[in-house]
Write a protein that binds this ligand. Structure first.
Ligand code: FMN
Length: 443
């Protein structure tokens, strides 16, 4: 990459992130677990020369509101992500392969081993999204009644991360000799045992796989709390941010990068990628129509359920073409203040009906509708204005919106010199302009 190039990742959720994406005629009925389908989507992302193909994850199906989730089956039926990326490593050549791995529900040894294997299988294209997982559905699959408190999850995450990083340095880069003449496969002096006694983990051992092509997989992070941001500044190489406005994104960008000096890190070694959903049209009006039509396909049960979550109210059975009655609205928000404020303003100030609200509300996220030129204008404004190093593309409908982006927006980015015309490196680190880390034990 050169200094003007943006970083572009794709948040790959089977048929797309939109609640109605699986209803499209182009969506295979079995898309989420159809490996041929996944291969075709990864190939499309690679045709667009994107940096990163990323799989979000949470280890747990929902066990409540099954009527509603049966109409919006997000994370109800899916591949385990490292298994899927291992399969895709064989059919892609260049694109980075990233996945979420939970610090709450893995042991560090398992996780270190899995991602090290993925980095080898893909010849240096692996990335680990370090998350603490905020889901009681997941917690209940691992012997807990509910999630431990936020601070406790992050404390475990810090230790977890520390152990994983040590394990990835078990072997120095040149530890393996394969010296057949002298019957010596590896140099014992270049094997380093991790002897760890922490609050959450106790471990004595070494990873039984050699150091990975990238030294270690690229570290991704997506938390926006104080703990999340300081962890990002200290250790992450890619951060997914989720600020809907330019001003908020710019503030986040400055905040996280500003904290890096404390850890002696150069700001170029952390890529901040806000989420971006786009709808491409031959005119802005056409793109907006397309988006409106997609929104109109949201099933009322799904609309009520998703809105109800953020309004912290049970909207089950309420008529969709009437306003939400005042008596169901809680006095104040307990979970997300910003979401709550946005919805109550739509009810009280804009006087919208339930359907009108769920058809336009998207958790503070904005979908950029426009021509390829307008979309690239926006992307350049954010990158040149200090709010982003690139974007995580969250396509509403895959492969349709991905195809539009790859065949219409990418060429416009290239024409303006803002994106690569071909892959020049082979590893994810090289795509992103990240240094290969030295082994802590190497002399
Ligand atoms: C692009 C993006 C992808 C994410 N992927 C996951 C995921 O796969 N699994 C998960 O549990 N959380 C995921 N998250 C949520 C964050 O990792 C994090 O849990 C959340 O922002 C709360 O963190 P905080 O408490 O530090 O604010 C994602 C967030 C973003 C913006």
């Amino acid at each position: 990459m050169n200094d003007r190039h943006m970083v572009l990742g794709m948040l790959a959720y089977a048929t797309g992130q939109h609640a109605a994406s699986w209803l499209q005629s182009t969506a295979p009925a079995d898309a989420t677990t159809n490996i041929e389908y996944w291969r075709s989507v990864a190939a499309l992302a690679e045709e667009g020369m994107l940096d990163l193909f990323f799989l979000a994850d949470s280890p747990g199906a929902r066990t409540e509101k099954l009527n509603d989730f049966s109409r919006f089956p997000y994370m109800m039926n899916m591949f385990e992500p490292i298994s899927l990326l291992s399969a895709l490593a064989g059919t892609t050549k260049h694109i980075g392969l990233g996945a979420t791995g939970s610090t709450s529900f893995y042991e560090p040894y398992n996780l270190a081993r899995l991602f090290a294997s993925l980095d080898h299988l893909s010849h240096g294209r692996a990335g680990w999204n370090v998350v603490t997982t905020a889901s009681d559905y997941a917690a209940r699959n691992f012997g807990l009644d509910k999630l431990p408190p936020h601070g406790q999850r992050y404390a475990r995450a810090r230790e977890f991360f520390d152990v994983v990083m040590r394990l990835w340095d078990t072997w120095e880069d040149d530890a393996f000799l394969a010296d057949k003449a002298n019957c010596r496969m590896f140099d014992p002096a270049k094997f380093h045992i991790t002897d760890y006694h922490g609050e959450h983990f106790k471990l004595y051992g070494g990873l039984n796989i050699r150091r990975t092509p990238q030294g270690r997989p690229v570290i991704i992070q997506a938390g926006s709390s104080e703990e999340g941001k300081s962890f990002a500044a200290e250790a992450a190489e890619v951060v997914f941010s989720s600020d809907p406005t330019f001003e908020e994104a710019k503030q986040f960008y400055a905040d996280v990068k500003g904290r890096m000096a404390r850890f002696n890190r150069d700001t170029s070694q952390l890529k901040v990628l806000p989420g971006l959903s786009v709808m491409v049209g031959s005119s802005k009006a056409e793109a907006e129509d397309k988006y409106r039509e997609l929104q109109s396909l949201i099933h009322p049960d799904v609309g009520r359920m998703r809105l109800g979550m953020d309004l912290e109210a049970d909207l089950t059975g309420l008529p969709v073409d009437e306003p939400i009655p005042e008596h169901v609205i809680p006095q104040k928000a307990n979970l997300h203040q910003a979401y709550f404020r946005q919805i109550t303003a739509m009810i009280r100030e804009q006087k919208l009906t339930l359907r009108q609200i769920y058809s336009s509300y998207d958790r503070g996220k904005v979908t950029l509708c426009g021509t390829p030129e307008q979309i690239v204008d926006h992307m350049e404004e954010w990158v040149d204005g200090g709010a982003a190093d690139g974007f995580m593309l969250a396509f509403h409908v895959i492969p349709n919106d991905t195809t539009d982006f790859v065949r219409k927006v990418v060429p416009e980015l290239q024409r303006r010199g803002r994106f690569r015309k071909q892959y020049t490196g082979t590893t994810l680190r090289e795509h992103l302009g990240l240094e290969r880390p030295a082994n802590r034990y190497a002399r």
